[in-house]
Write a new protein. Structure first.
Length: 283
């Protein structure tokens, strides 16, 4: 037994990393469906979108980048799919220079397969810098959209976009969806849009941001919140369209189990050695 403990103790840490890597890769290649309980905050977000009617306008702000894409992007895709199924029209923008590729990826993943027409069913305004807080842009959105975006991201003049005919500002949108990994983001939309113009807001945020965002849900300033990868997975469960959220959650769960197994093994080795040392001393 002592020889076995010594052998386990001598395992190269690179082997442990390799086992963890292989377990994650296999999880992505052969994902299993998890039964995910739905948090009330996610259910509220889903119901807020589900209450929209055909032809309603929704404004989505993609304020995150590649670093938090695995957490937030699945929720963005699931929400867009739900909105298009309800024939809701979507306007998209970002306050982050990293956010434009996120919009483009969402368009490729949702709009193209569903054959939604640009500038008719959705419009991509692209990136607009608004300072560290985004205040100059966000406040103007509630006054005059055309002042902020004279042209769309693909160069079409605002007054030539069929979807925006008769639309002057954000107050005419039924809902704002803030996809946020930091600042500027959800907090600023609550401050300058919900607080001033009373535009309803739903948020999907990174797990790190969640503790600072949930008080706004309790105060009624947010209609719903998806938090991190788990929130994205829950939303995919609600829209009955499994994607990276559920797959990523399965891979994360497997990796955590592997880590726990190694922690348990390490403790067995440690206490096993102590046991044998104590036995040898008694002899």
């Amino acid at each position: 037994m002592a020889a076995l403990l010594n052998h386990l103790k001598a395992i190269d840490r690179r082997i442990i990393f390799l086992i963890l890597f292989v377990s994650v890769v296999l999880s992505f290649l052969f994902p299993q469906k998890l039964k995910v309980p739905i948090e009330p905050s996610v259910e509220k977000a889903y119901q807020a979108l589900n209450a929209l009617k055909p032809g309603d306008l929704v404004f989505i702000s993609f304020d995150y980048g590649p670093a938090t894409m695995p957490e937030i992007h699945p929720a963005a895709v699931a929400m867009m799919r739900q909105l298009f199924q309800r024939h809701v029209k979507i306007a998209m923008m970002t306050l982050w220079n990293e956010g434009l590729p996120m919009i483009q990826d969402a368009v490729r993943e949702v709009c193209v397969p569903l054959k939604e027409k640009p500038n008719v069913d959705y419009v991509n305004f692209g990136f607009k810098y608004g300072g560290l807080t985004g205040a100059s842009v966000i406040t103007e959105l509630g006054k005059n959209l055309e002042n902020v975006f004279p042209v769309t991201n693909d160069g079409v003049p605002y007054n030539k976009v069929p979807m925006l005919k008769g639309v002057r500002n954000l107050k005419q949108f039924k809902l704002v969806i803030s996809l946020s990994a930091g600042y500027p983001g959800t907090v600023e939309y609550i401050q300058y849009e919900e607080g001033v113009y009373h535009v309803p807001i739903v948020a999907a945020v990174s797990k790190v941001m969640a503790p600072s965002i949930f008080p706004f849900l309790q105060s009624g300033q947010l209609k719903g919140v998806c938090s991190g990868l788990l929130g994205s997975a829950e939303y995919e469960e609600l829209v009955h369209h499994p994607g990276f959220g559920l797959i990523g959650l399965f891979a994360l769960s497997v990796s955590q189990i592997v880590i726990l197994v190694f922690i348990l093994l390490g403790n067995i080795i440690y206490f096993g050695e102590k046991f044998y040392e104590k036995g040898n001393l008694k002899k």
